[in-house]
Design a protein around this ligand. Structure first.
Ligand SMILES: CC(C)(COP(=O)(O)OP(=O)(O)OC[C@H]1O[C@@H](n2cnc3c(N)ncnc32)[C@H](O)[C@@H]1OP(=O)(O)O)[C@@H](O)C(=O)NCCC(=O)NCCS
Length: 302
């Protein structure tokens, strides 16, 4: 087996490998391109492709990243697969061990699986990939939590918020699409309230129209919701948040519906509401239902 660093010419064959290896997921070429080249911490040394001697097509792929978090830097296995006909031959282990060694050399003490926000594919391991569960547990990972993605039907629902917004406006609260002039106040507010989501909100500004809605009381930020900032083109909602003092006024439901309405306008039939979160909130306002479950794994290397 030969292991090479990922290079741009391998994008199409590696995307094909991902599609063939991950039967519960989609991986169009454009999505793999986003996962690799829109990754702010992309490191070609941690993005490896395995080839078998008798096959010119790639048979294994791993993308790992290291991210500086609040208290420490964390390593992530961001994408990982081996072609079905090449499994149980040690290819996954070799790929994983190659990146673990490089991550350890950076004095990183913790590695997690997928969940590499702000640019992540899925928020953990789908346990229906039983091989992956077996693999990561064998490599010394421990399950520490779980989470889920919800799915919301956009076709059968009406996300008109006019009446609710009228009621809020009587309390001096307005909801609107964010524009350039809001950028600075949003960023200041996020720093205090939702620091982890600053990069995802920045991505919303790259879309046309800006895929970010906000609630304001005069000049004071109260909440936001975004979409099309991760897994672009696949109907991915979020993140969203309302400041603690402004909760319970119906702001969140309006911001949520404004985004879902945008997504419906784009032509999506469904929205994925990932890595939740307040399930009853989404079920109550937009009839969102459980779509997938994810187990969160980490390996402590201390
Ligand atoms: C997970 C995956 C990458 C493993 O690749 P692989 O090349 O088959 O893994 P390896 O041969 O290196 O396996 C290493 C160890 O993991 C465990 N393991 C891997 N596959 C297993 C299986 N099907 N059943 C039980 N244990 C398994 C074993 O302990 C194995 O060691 P052993 O063969 O000496 O017993 C591969 O199954 C895959 O691509 N699955 C689909 C995509 C996927 O789930 N990606 C990750 C999503 S989070």
């Amino acid at each position: 087996m030969i292991i090479k660093n990922f290079t741009k010419d391998l994008l199409t064959p590696v995307a094909k490998l991902c599609r063939q290896s991950m039967e519960l997921d989609i991986m169009p070429d454009f999505l793999l391109e986003e996962k690799i080249f829109h990754e702010p911490d992309y490191n070609p040394e941690l993005t490896l492709v395995a080839f078998s001697e008798n096959n010119s097509e790639p048979v294994g792929f791993i993308q790992a990243v290291v991210k500086a978090r609040k208290d420490e830097s964390i390593g992530y296995v961001k994408l990982f697969c081996v072609a079905p006909d090449y499994r149980r031959k040690g290819i996954g282990k070799k790929l994983y061990e190659a990146v673990e060694e490089k991550i350890k050399a950076q004095k990183i003490k913790l590695i997690r699986v997928y969940e590499s926000y702000p640019n992540y594919f899925m928020p953990g391991v789908d346990p229906f990939y039983t091989e992956a569960i077996s693999f990561f547990e064998r490599m010394g990972f421990k399950k520490f939590s779980d989470t889920s993605n919800l799915i919301c039907d956009l076709v059968t629902q009406d996300f008109d918020t006019a009446n609710d917004e009228k009621e809020l406006s009587e309390k001096n609260i307005i909801c609107k699409r964010a524009d350039e002039s809001d950028k600075e106040k949003i960023s200041q507010w996020l720093k205090i309230n939702f620091e982890a989501w600053i990069p995802e909100v920045a991505e919303a500004y790259k879309n046309n129209p800006i895929s970010l809605h906000i609630a304001l009381d005069g000049d004071e930020m109260l909440g936001f919701s975004a979409h099309e900032v991760n897994n672009r083109g696949t109907g991915w909602f979020g993140p969203m948040g309302t400041s603690a003092a402004a909760r319970g006024k119906g702001i969140g439901s309006i911001l949520l519906k404004r985004c879902l309405n945008d997504m419906k306008e784009i032509g999506h039939n469904k929205a994925i509401i990932p890595w939740v979160g307040p399930i009853p909130f989404y079920m109550n306002y937009v009839n969102a239902k459980m779509q997938r479950i994810f187990w969160r794994y980490e390996k402590n290397m201390e």
